[in-house]
Write a protein of this length. Structure first.
Length: 361
């Protein structure tokens, strides 16, 4: 086990979190494609079933096959709660991760960017079932990812399972559920404990405000509810750093303006049921007791000013002690970091991933 507390490099202005539209990968990435796999007879952890679940994905690079005809260069990258696979194509992420010479160079690796169950182009409540959609948890999202990789793409083994935020949490779960399915694991901006304390409370605030919106109608609305939108800026407040918020709102009037800007950004872009399900889905996340099942070397990177994964909880030292081969990096808070949003700036953490991947050779 290795514990490192390292200083990050420069960082630009933070992007607002949310469903960020990305028109495509930056020029130079080979063979960007999109596809869908339809998983038949999908059984949820609570026993519910759907006859079909569509799982959308984006890929970069070309699959390489070994002498046995098996794909041997696949990397799985898992997105956060409000994102899709295309979040990794942001200009603050993609060049630092997938360009030539980068840690996950798409000319060498076959990079899989799935849209998790309930999000993006994958099957979700807003497709028609609304609140009748089965209640899904992270275990169901991971099951969908696994079926996409193994059944849809025919991949038996992954070079790396990597994720940020919710995706980082699910990377821990992959290591426990499928310990022989990957060479390495990288979890960015996550902790391997139940969603509890402040992290659970602010999620509950969002969930209850959606459910109690007078226009929600038990999820069977025909026009999007709008009252709960005024609460959604709590998402930005919780995921930006204290220094970043002070910089963006240095006066009382500035804070009002920033709040209005946050709220306006959600208008017309949010489905109430989808958001409710997103934030409720963390209810089953609890990997701590099973960490010893993880076999693959694991890199965890967190940020000291991340209010969702605060280092004051003293989780990571104990967690890493349970693993056979691990490294934990805590990036100190500075004017260059942006709390939980720091995960969207790969230049802050790509060096650690580069070292981690190089050590496998």
């Amino acid at each position: 086990m290795s514990l490192s507390y390292l200083r990050s490099g420069a960082l630009g202005v933070a992007l607002m979190l949310g469903a960020t539209a990305v028109q495509g990968a930056p020029a130079g990435f080979p063979n960007q494609t999109e596809g869908d796999y339809v998983a038949k007879d999908f059984r949820f952890a609570d026993g519910s079933t759907l006859p079909e679940v569509k799982l959308h994905y984006t890929t970069l690079g070309t699959p390489h096959k070994n002498a046995a005809g098996e794909i041997d260069n696949a990397v799985l990258a898992l997105h956060g709660t409000t994102g899709t696979g295309k979040q990794f194509l942001l200009p603050t992420l993609a060049p630092d991760l997938f360009a030539e010479g980068a840690p996950l160079d798409a000319s060498k690796y076959y990079v899989i960017l799935p849209d998790g169950l309930g999000r993006g182009g994958s099957t979700k409540p807003s497709d028609g079932l609304k609140a009748k959609f089965p209640r899904y948890g992270y275990a169901d999202v991971v099951e969908g990812q696994h079926r996409l990789v193994t059944e849809g793409l025919g991949i038996k083994h992954l070079r790396l399972v990597m994720g940020t935020s919710m995706g980082g949490m699910q990377a821990w779960m992959w290591g426990e559920r499928y310990p022989d399915s990957m060479d390495r694991i990288a979890a960015v901006a996550s902790q391997p404990i139940q969603v509890s304390g402040r992290n659970a409370l602010w999620r509950r605030l969002l969930i209850e405000n959606i459910r109690n919106d007078p226009d929600y109608k038990g999820g069977d609305y025909t026009e999007q509810p709008s009252h709960f939108l005024k609460v959604l800026p709590i998402f930005n407040i919780m995921t930006e750093s204290v220094l970043g918020l002070q910089k963006d709102a240095p006066t009382n009037d500035g804070a009002r303006q920033l709040f209005d800007k946050y709220a306006a950004a959600f208008t017309g872009k949010v489905d109430a049921n989808d958001w409710l399900y997103w934030f409720d889905s963390s209810y089953d996340y609890d990997p701590y007791a099973g960490l010893e099942r993880i076999k693959a070397p694991l890199l965890a990177v967190n940020f000291a000013d991340d209010e969702l994964n605060p280092p004051q909880l003293d989780v990571m030292d104990g967690a890493m002690a349970k693993l056979k081969n691990s490294r934990f990096v805590l990036v100190p808070a500075s004017a260059e970091t942006h709390g939980h949003q720091s995960l969207r700036y790969a230049k802050l953490w790509k060096g650690y991933l580069q070292e981690f991947m190089a050590s496998a050779k």
